[in-house]
Design a protein around this ligand. Sequence first.
Ligand code: NAP
Length: 473
Amino acid sequence: MAKAKDFIVGLGLLGSGTVGEAIQDLVFAAGNRKEPGLRLKIAKIYTRRPDTGHPKKKKWYTTHRELFTTNPTEVIDHPEADIIIEALGSEDERDLATFKGYIIRALGNGKSVVTSDKAVLARFGQEIWEAAARSGQEIRFEACVGGGIPIIRALTQSFAAETPEAIYGIINGTSNYILSEMDKYGKSYAQALREAQERGYAETNPKSDVSGLDAEAKLMLLAGVTFGLHMSPGGVWRKGIEEIHPVDFLYASRKGRSTIKPLAVARSDGSTVEALVAPALVPHDHFLAAIDGATNAILFKGQKSAAGDREDKSEIRGWNYAFVGPGAGGGPTAVAVMGDVWELARGAREHGAGFPSLVAPGTLAVQSQARISACFYVRFVVKDRVGIVADICQAFGQAGINVSEIWQLGHSQEELENLHRSYRLDVKPREILPFVITLERATVGQMTAALAAIRRKDYILVEPVWLPIWGTG
Ligand SMILES: NC(=O)c1ccc[n+]([C@@H]2O[C@H](COP(=O)([O-])OP(=O)(O)OC[C@H]3O[C@@H](n4cnc5c(N)ncnc54)[C@H](OP(=O)(O)O)[C@@H]3O)[C@@H](O)[C@H]2O)c1
């Protein structure tokens, strides 16, 4: 009996950088995944410079020269490309608009799109999903959040019957690597960043990672899928990790039995959702405290799953599911992209054409940033004199914030000199007094008002560092 021919699904690949090449590795390499009766085939690959030195000749160009083009429309309009993979990357607003154009054109051509480009979805998501709905095609974006962690699929498929309360975790490996190194080895922020760059964990321009912009783009997608929110860039309350100093780890650890982790949080009170990206104090015995280096971890709390197990400690700590894995890297990201591709190739229509979400869009509103609330850690460095702590506590009181504790460590001469040097202070090291005030639950608006008054005081030597405290209050 003649063997039935495989059904071939054609792919058009936009991008041949780290992720694009890892996708080519998966498709071209011997032993690549096959399914009975179904085969994937790359029809065309777009890259601006396939054969020149930027940064080097593309890996598969020699053996698959005929597939490469410098014209993106040859990929998007290719008659044999059924699914378009967008693996482009840029922070430039005009480039993102161009990439959005590619996606919308592909959808208009009746092709589904798989992307790893969270920046384009964060900036142009609404427009892209409207185009998908018009064309009846799908957008898949598993690789955009948590690299290789299958979180979008878990949320949209496995948790379809859940009522979500919170989704949060560590979704920027670069920031987590830097803070882990500062915590474990007492390194300065600058030293930890430099080493992250040398090891390839951080870009030459690390702004997007360390300022929280990358995590914001991912959180927007997570909050969209979990709570049906369509957020615009700037809607998330965002703090970067740049101001964290080794002294913060001393206070967090010795006085707060905590470490500092770069958190991204979206949590609902049933009518609004707070969305924030910030370094936060996390207790040493919390699950996230053990997530080190470039690993990502995303925790989910669902009301329905919690109902039967009130005594579960993890549930009390604000989560009942944990997803952990490599948050970046060509290999894991390409595997996530190809997972989406295979599903589409099999003809799966999990999401329909609209943006997938557990809660119907429009049910919940985004909490205004000023009303986001938490318990806070505030670290001061002042020029020591009598009455400062009382004066600061009074300022917090005037903003309606209750002080919880005052933390003061006996600092060694070396620690004070380190502070003196790193902040380039023009008082003598022995005149410096670092201390921390922790606060009961307060809003970001109250904190901003109190700190505006406090930073005008003449004894303040360094901009106060204020961080949410996770898992209390
Ligand atoms: N790397 C990861 O671990 C990871 C993980 C999750 C998601 N992502 C996302 O996946 C995407 C690709 O990441 P990557 O690591 O592969 O980045 P990359 O190595 O820097 O590659 C970027 C790709 O985008 C193309 N590109 C950049 N600017 C362009 C422009 N103005 N016009 C046309 N093409 C342009 C480059 O073209 P040339 O080939 O012509 O240079 C290259 O193919 C990004 O959106 C990134 O955020 C990456």
